[in-house]
Design a binder for this molecule. Structure first.
Ligand SMILES: Cc1ncc(COP(=O)(O)O)c(C=O)c1O
Length: 384
């Protein structure tokens, strides 16, 4: 993706030409960015038995899933719908991990019938799985009391989080597994989303290694996802180089002590797709009150809920104007709620009705969270 004088190109296509040809609102994703993020992970985390399972909750566009398959990635899913899409995209059951919460008997039976690998999130899930499918291998998800993330809503470790089996209950988990002759071959954790501090990720990794030594039948350790990207202009990127070097070193040391080379599974979602996507919209209205200017567009939080739900920052540029007066304005959507704001006090090249605004870094947790609220249609999606 290239930006020059407000002109934004995805592959060889300008956002202007894409908007003209396909209309707005539209999500546009660029495969080259996805590939480069994927390779960045492989290069920096050089552990030989590394397995990347793309966490497809971030973006389940079928073309993107197929692209990950082509890159050699495996996949992580959280629902019957995601498992179905993963199978449709061509992933083999052995390359699909299912990790979910509040799972119904029907959904667990579906996962078992399709021979999908599981990371079980609670004692009751182990019991349910054991009754339906004894004498099998399972993974379990632990909550080690460490959580992090860009917002409370996405912190998935610690006492306030519903996820994982707490350390205090791991003996019960082992007993339940024995009862149903289930072999615990994977330990999983996921502390939260958009973590930019390598130290907290390493702290959680150390804790996972400490826990893992007490599980004799492991074949893999699953670190989960959470690798952050910088959304704010001055935010510092995750130090992937140090993180990768340290994870590899610590994993090698652990395996020597453990007496077996284990797989290291990662489940990145956001890191792989966030920067690949933009949401293009058209300016529909410019409105003033005595204190503020509002630039209204033909999309809203029904299409990209991150600013409203998490207060997240997304860079917004007016791709129709290379030059001109820069104003300060609130960029707002077409949903009838006051919280439908993409950004307050944004510096933007003075827009006119019909201009195309690009909301950047919208490839993760964008379209997948879209709704029909206000009975508006879903946006379109294209991949270049
Ligand atoms: C179990 C699990 N793995 C991976 C992820 C992906 O997280 P991220 O997109 O932050 O990498 C999530 C996100 O919620 C998750 O719950």
């Amino acid at each position: 993706m290239k930006i020059k004088n407000n002109k934004l190109f995805l592959g060889k296509f300008s956002t202007q030409s894409l908007a003209k040809k396909h209309g707005t609102p539209i999500y546009v994703y660029e495969t080259e960015t996805i590939r480069s993020q994927y390779l960045k992970l492989l290069k920096n985390i050089a552990y030989p038995k590394l397995q990347i399972h793309y966490a497809c909750k971030a973006n389940t566009n079928i073309l993107i899933l197929k692209f990950f398959k082509k890159l050699g990635s495996k996949i992580e899913t959280v629902s019957k719908g995601e498992v179905t899409l993963a199978l449709k995209a061509g992933f083999k059951p052995k390359d699909i991990i299912y990790t979910s919460t509040s799972v119904s008997k029907d959904e667990m039976a579906f996962v078992i019938k399709n021979k999908i690998k599981v990371s079980l999130d609670s004692l009751s899930q182990i019991e349910l799985y054991g009754k339906l499918n004894p004498n099998n291998d399972i993974g379990i998800r632990v909550n080690q009391g460490i959580g992090a993330g860009h917002h409370d809503h996405v912190i998935t470790g610690g006492i306030m989080s519903k996820f994982g089996i707490p350390l205090e209950h791991l003996n019960n988990a082992k007993k339940l597994a024995e009862k149903y002759k289930l072999k615990i071959t994977s330990l999983h954790q996921h502390i939260g989303s958009n973590v930019l501090d390598k130290n907290i990720l390493l702290k959680a990794f150390d804790k996972l290694l400490e826990t893992a030594i007490n599980f004799p039948d492991l074949e893999s350790l699953d670190f989960g996802g959470g690798f952050g990207v910088s959304y704010l202009p001055k935010e510092k990127d995750l130090d992937l180089k140090t993180l990768g070097t340290e994870m590899t070193r610590r994993m090698n040391n652990f395996c020597e002590k453990y007496g077996k080379k284990l797989d290291l599974v990662l489940e990145p979602g956001r890191f792989l797709v966030a920067e690949s996507g933009v949401l293009l919209s058209t300016v529909t209205e410019i409105k003033n009150n005595p204190k503020r200017t509002f630039v209204g567009v033909n999309t809203g939080f029904n299409h990209l809920i991150r600013p409203t739900m998490y207060g997240s920052y997304h860079e917004i540029i007016n791709t129709s104007r290379a030059k001109g007066l820069v104003i300060k304005a609130d960029i707002v959507g077409n949903i009838c709620e006051s919280g439908d704001v993409f950004g307050r006090d944004r510096k933007i090249t003075s827009p006119k009705v019909g201009d195309i605004l690009a909301i950047l870094n919208a490839g993760a947790y964008g379209y997948v969270m879209a709704s029909h609220y206000n009975s508006r249609s879903l946006p379109r999606e294209i991949l270049v």
